[in-house]
Design a protein around this ligand. Structure first.
Ligand code: F6R
Length: 610
């Protein structure tokens, strides 16, 4: 959601800014802009509505905007429609202050009124223009840009990653951060800033993560960090281990397809991250005594991360016999859950920056619960603020619709379930070994499914014009259906609804008519016949059926119009396999309908607003 980049050095800034913004496209945006400063000349600001291509065309791929210092931005509209006027950078009337902003200034209304009284006028509907004019206001009162920035940070409520060009200090870019991601990097005689690593990965593998309420100045010769009291602070760079290639398509037509294919490796890497010498390595504070004392585990997340939680609930309750509650972060954070020190709150997030998940984490900490984050992005806000972190090793996920991050989050949850089960003496050592061995078999089985993908392409092309579809299942199959439904709707724009198979006849079955597509997930032996009966009920009302089931369950052939088989595994882990045909089907439907698979409309990869 909004991406910012910045460069100061000896090279031309515009192509670097455009390239960086392109690598942040996955975050979601509807307009873009850049500001570039050339020695002795007025800073040039160029903006364009729509895709980044429009900005590249306006600037001749950056060649027409000269200068070695600049900032760039992709905007995902919050305050004010997507338009050139509302696009960033924003500036004060005399261009003394020019800035790009990611985040939301919550108290922008009273600030705007105050500034209007002081004689300021506004050309856009954005909170970010208010931020820029507030900086200008303070600059006129304070001695230096750094003082103005520090005062700004004390005055605004909300979130910001801010990059500012002050004409008073032409050889520097100023940045400040609160609750929106921002990282800085150094090359030879040059400095970079960005919202996320892929933007600057071609230039540097060593980055500094900005913490909340920190500022920095970037120049050709170096980066200086400050706390909110303007005192210099020291920060240590973090080495990024993944290569720039991981953020490229590598011959696939879309990032989503590439990431679907990366799942076996991501699962293996995540297993190897947390299992050492055959033993699951839990964070230190999750001792056996602590796990035994746990009364309730809460799992909190948004979207697909929440779906992982639904799956984890079944597995943890079954293997460890602990009561688990799964909650949407946006709801959990505004309830008053009765949390105490015997509760563990697990927050699941790929980006580690999702505003509601971060809010839920903070609420849990305030209430005295222990918190554990399952996060993909190292150094992200949720990873830093949680008491403990377990990292997924999915690598950078660029497609807006998550696939490999979802799969690796499932793996960490399985590991927790097994470890909790063992610590609470609910499963034997031999069960534990068997389950772990089975987990290591998953990558191979995922490959087998991927080899069969053309069958799904054929099937998807048949249903690309469907108006609506249902994905149904019971137990863990329902957890899987939730993810299948979301994948379909977000990238195909077909209304797709996941439903517990047994619940259909309590109202929703009235929507079934001739030709409605119903996808049944059937991997749980105990529930197989029950779901088959529910599928028969919709078939007799005109539905067409697609079954996803395990090899050997050939009874569905006579009922379903199309069946896709997945390899057998321990039933606790079947979602990891069953979700792949659902991801692929959603992908192929999306392609057949001509949707922008990697960047579906209205969506953003990192949802940093509530
Ligand atoms: C769906 C999807 C979203 C995310 C959700 C949480 O494909 O990607 O539903 O799962 O926005 O994001 P993170 O995991 O970054 O907190």
């Amino acid at each position: 959601m909004c991406g910012i980049v910045g460069y100061i050095g000896k090279k031309q800034a515009s192509p670097i800014l455009l390239g960086g913004l392109e690598r942040l496209e996955y975050r979601g945006y509807d307009s873009a802009g850049l500001a570039v400063k050339k020695d002795g000349a007025e800073t040039v600001i160029v903006k364009a509505k729509g895709r980044l291509r429009a900005l590249a065309e306006k600037t001749d791929d950056g060649a027409s905007v000269k200068g070695c210092c600049g900032i760039g931005h992709t905007r995902w509209a919050t305050h004010g429609e997507p338009s050139e006027t509302n696009a960033h950078p924003h500036c004060s009337d005399d261009k003394r202050v020019i800035a790009v902003h990611n985040g939301i200034i919550e108290n922008y209304k009273p600030l705007k009124e105050k500034l209007e009284k002081a004689g300021y006028s506004f050309y856009s509907q954005t909170d970010s223009e208010v931020a820029v004019k507030l900086l200008d206001y303070y600059l006129k009162k304070e001695e230096s840009p750094l003082c103005a920035l520090a005062r700004f940070m004390l005055r605004v409520r909300g979130s910001y990653a801010l990059a500012v060009l002050f004409s008073d200090e032409p050889d520097k870019i100023f940045v400040a951060r609160k609750d929106s991601p921002l990282l800085l990097g150094r090359g030879e005689n040059e400095s970079y800033l960005a919202s996320d690593i892929p933007a600057i990965l071609p230039y540097t593998h060593s980055v500094y993560y900005m913490e909340n309420l920190e500022m920095a100045t970037l120049s050709k010769s170096g980066i200086t960090f400050y706390n909110i009291d303007k005192e210099e602070i020291h920060k240590t760079p973090v080495k990024i281990t993944f290569s720039a290639q991981l953020a490229e398509k590598n011959g696939f037509e879309h990032f989503m397809m590439k990431e679907i294919h990366e799942q076996p490796q991501a699962v293996e890497d995540t297993l190897n991250e947390s299992i050492k010498n055959g033993v699951i390595c839990l964070p230190e504070s999750l001792s056996t005594a602590r796990i035994q004392a746990l009364k309730t585990v809460y799992i909190v997340g948004c979207g697909s991360a929440y779906h992982v939680g639904v799956c984890a609930q079944y597995v943890i309750e079954d293997l460890a016999k602990i009561s688990v509650r799964v909650e949407l972060a946006s709801e959990f954070r505004y309830r008053a859950p009765s949390l105490d020190t015997n509760a563990l709150v697990i927050v699941i997030s790929q980006s580690g920056e999702t505003a509601d998940s971060l809010g839920a984490l903070r609420l849990a900490k305030q209430a005295g619960a222990k918190t554990l984050a399952i996060v993909n992005v190292v150094g992200s806000s949720i990873a830093r603020e949680a008491d403990e972190v377990m990292y997924t090793r999915a690598g950078p996920e660029i497609a807006v619709a998550t696939t490999k991050a979802y799969s690796t989050q499932l793996i960490v949850c399985y590991l927790l379930a097994i470890a909790f089960g063992k610590a609470r003496e609910q499963i034997e050592k031999t069960d534990c070994e068997r389950l772990l061995a089975e987990l290591f078999e998953l990558p191979k089985k995922m490959h087998r499914i991927l080899e069969d993908k053309e069958r799904l392409q054929w099937f998807a092309s048949k249903y690309a014009n469907a108006n609506a579809l249902f994905v149904i299942g019971r137990g863990l199959d329902y957890a899987c259906a939730l993810e299948g439904g979301l994948k379909t709707k977000e990238i195909s724009y077909i209304h797709a609804e996941a439903y517990p198979a047994g619940e259909l006849k309590h109202g929703t079955i009235s929507l079934i008519e001739d030709g409605t597509l119903v996808v049944g997930v059937l991997t749980q032996e105990r529930l197989f016949e029950k779901t088959v009966s529910n599928m028969a009920e919709v078939k007799s009302r005109g539905a067409e059926l697609f079954a996803v089931t395990t090899y050997g369950n050939y009874e569905t052939e006579s009922l379903a119009d199309f069946t896709f088989y997945i390899p057998r595994t321990d039933e606790h882990f079947a979602v990891s396999l069953a979700v792949i045909p659902l991801q692929l089907t959603a992908y192929y439907i999306s392609v057949a309908r001509g949707v922008d698979v990697d960047k579906p409309r209205n969506l953003a990869k990192s949802v940093t607003v509530e």
